[in-house]
Design a protein around this ligand. Sequence first.
Ligand code: FAD
Length: 439
Amino acid sequence: MTPRTAPLRIAVAGAGMAAARFAHQALSLAPPGALEVTLYGQEAHAPYNRTLLTGVLAGHRDPAAPTLPTGDAVLRTGTEVVAFDPAARTLRTATGESAGYDVLVLATGAEPRLPGIRNLHAGPRPLTPATGPDPAPRGALGTRTRTATRPEAARPLKDGVHTLRTLADCARLAGDLPRARRAVVVGGGVLGVSAAQALAARGLPVHLVHQAPHLMERHLDAGAAATVRRGLEALGVRVHTGRVRALLGGDRVTGLETADGPLLETELAVLACGTRPRTRLARAAGLRVRTGVVVDDTLATSAPGVHAIGDCAEHRGTVHGRAEAAWDQADVLAARLSGARPDARYTGSAALLRLSAGPLQALALGDHTGPAGPDADTVRLADATRGSYKKLVLRGSALLGALLVGDLATAPDLVHAFERNEPVPPDPLHLLTTEGATP
Ligand SMILES: Cc1cc2nc3c(=O)[nH]c(=O)nc-3n(C[C@H](O)[C@H](O)[C@H](O)COP(=O)(O)OP(=O)(O)OC[C@H]3O[C@@H](n4cnc5c(N)ncnc54)[C@H](O)[C@@H]3O)c2cc1C
């Protein structure tokens, strides 16, 4: 390759966890002056560790603390990228600027998915006569009903109803706490469990409503989930299994109606019902998008000079939606674009999830669901009085998966053995008890 005389101009749309990691790694790997990295971030803040937001909400962390390093990248906060042209290699911002780039990295993350619950929004649903062919169903007496032309998602949520993705969301939610005597969290995944713990830590009685049979069903088995549930209940969170049908109240929420359970009164509702990759920019530019922006093992999209990493990217049919996967992708792209390892490839991320919600700690690693075949062994240790649950799935001396709830003392050893595919000691109890664990 002929050496470049001018720096490679890399524009990054998004200034979140993947973008920060990419900028930091790329700038530290590249020869001085070889790269010029500009991060365009819609949020008003410098990149921060989003996974610590519930700690901020709980009051355990300073809102300014989780800032992430970005090397000497140019940081344009409060600057949304609204369009780009892959052929001309230019982008446009909401402030009306145009900028050229050599390489564009999409790191636009994800946004909260709103659940299909009635009466989520403030005020009456605005009705305007539909234009063009009337798609509205026939009402009573065969008359056409009128159609709301404004999309639901564009309407503000009722007062007291929150999502939690950004520091601004966190500040709004914290600002609403004095108006609430109790809170309901809708959704019992990682975010819902963490948010419920944070609200309980702020002294509120909390109800958590989850529609799957047990909490964090994507990551935990029933035994581990029951241990997390007991941990939550000890903190003052009541867990309900069922579906929320509607919110109650006018401009402000006053309660929730569940499909087959009680009416829950509340002044505060937190919606933690999953996320959806932010793909609007990529779609508008004609890139291939399925659930996320489709990338190959080089993290290239379908458009020349455009890459995607993090929660907005879909690789081999998977949108990971996890910080560690976003960082793995950022590291591979940084290695390629800095020239440090131009052949680096991303082939996927280890299934590894950590829950760190105040006193509630859990680790889910690899395939712990079983059955992992006739030659696989499962070892379980549960101690309800100590609130701990541990499970290993092994094939011979190979660790296939693990679950730890409560006592995570052996987690570093397990992650080490799993990630390096190292054989585990013949007595697996060694990996479940603190004796012999890495301090
Ligand atoms: C409260 C909370 C707890 C979490 N806990 C965990 C956890 O325990 N473990 C785990 O693995 N993951 C966790 N996650 C998920 C983790 O935070 C994400 O996987 C990670 O942030 C993904 O990084 P990203 O850079 O792809 O997206 P983000 O960090 O969301 O960054 C995307 C950024 O791009 C900006 N943006 C979007 N579009 C544009 C545009 N057009 N122009 C400019 N800027 C734009 C957004 O405003 C945002 O700032 C948690 C998430 C939340 C919200």
